[in-house]
Design a protein around this ligand. Structure first.
Ligand code: 5RP
Ligand code: CO
Length: 216
């Protein structure tokens, strides 16, 4: 079954609690939390205090996307704040095997994210130890960007790699996802769709989620 993970990066932060409750009630399975450090990506977003606040208002899977350098420094903090799934970038961690195993040893699910320019082939061995792979379909750092078409091929390649290994893998896609391209993205292999602007657009959260789920 395909799951939806609305990114709160596009929420109205003046009424974050209300927006989370609406996303939850409208049927989103995950809540996507974009953490940016101004180093790995050219933008700063938010960190553990926001995650803790979100944890207080929903039981949905808190899907934390760490766009930060050397994420191993902060894993304990994000686990303590309530993360259910932590995704780190392949490009940001010199000892990614150690960090992934550390996350899992704490009973939290672990994912690896790949920037658009990083080939799926780097996962040849790592695919065996992760719960999820996140294929970035924009260059990370900002919401509201355009989907990069060649990342569709990366989704297909990843799906094939997972099937060859008989592996039940969460395949997440993030960036520029909306009702216009959701069908093609799912067809290529994604089973978790992140959407920020497409969900929070015009404050029509319920309609936007229903339209998106209509495609699944
Ligand atoms: O990781 C991200 C950006 O780095 C966001 O999750 C992503 O961009 C979602 O926003 P949108 O759906 O508006 O593209
Ligand atoms: Co994200």
């Amino acid at each position: 079954m395909v799951k939806l993970s609305p990114s709160i990066l596009s929420a109205d932060f003046r009424k974050l609690e209300e927006q989370i409750r609406r996303v939850d009630k409208a049927g989103a399975e995950f809540i996507h939390i974009d953490v940016m450090d101004g180093q790995f990506v050219p933008n700063i977003s938010f960190g553990c205090p926001i995650l803790k606040a979100v944890k207080g208002v929903t039981d949905k899977v808190l899907d934390v996307h760490l766009m930060i350098e050397e994420p191993d420094r902060f894993i304990d903090d994000f686990i303590a704040a309530g993360a259910d799934l932590i995704t780190i970038h392949y490009e940001a961690d010199k000892h990614i095997d150690r960090t992934i195993n550390y996350i899992k040893s704490n009973g939290v699910k672990a994912g690896i994210a790949l920037n658009p320019g990083t080939p799926v082939s780097v996962l040849k061995n790592l695919i065996n130890i992760v719960d999820m792979v996140l294929i970035m379909s924009v260059n990370p750092g900002f919401g509201g960007q355009k989907f990069i078409p060649y990342t569709i091929d990366k989704l297909s390649e990843l799906k094939e790699m997972a099937e060859e290994r008989n592996k039940d893998l969460l395949i997440q896609v993030d960036g520029g996802v909306g009702i216009d391209n959701a069908a093609e993205i799912i067809e290529a292999g994604a089973n978790v769709l992140v959407a920020g602007s497409a969900v929070f657009k015009d404050d029509k959260i319920e309609e936007n989620i229903a339209a998106m789920k209509g495609v699944f």
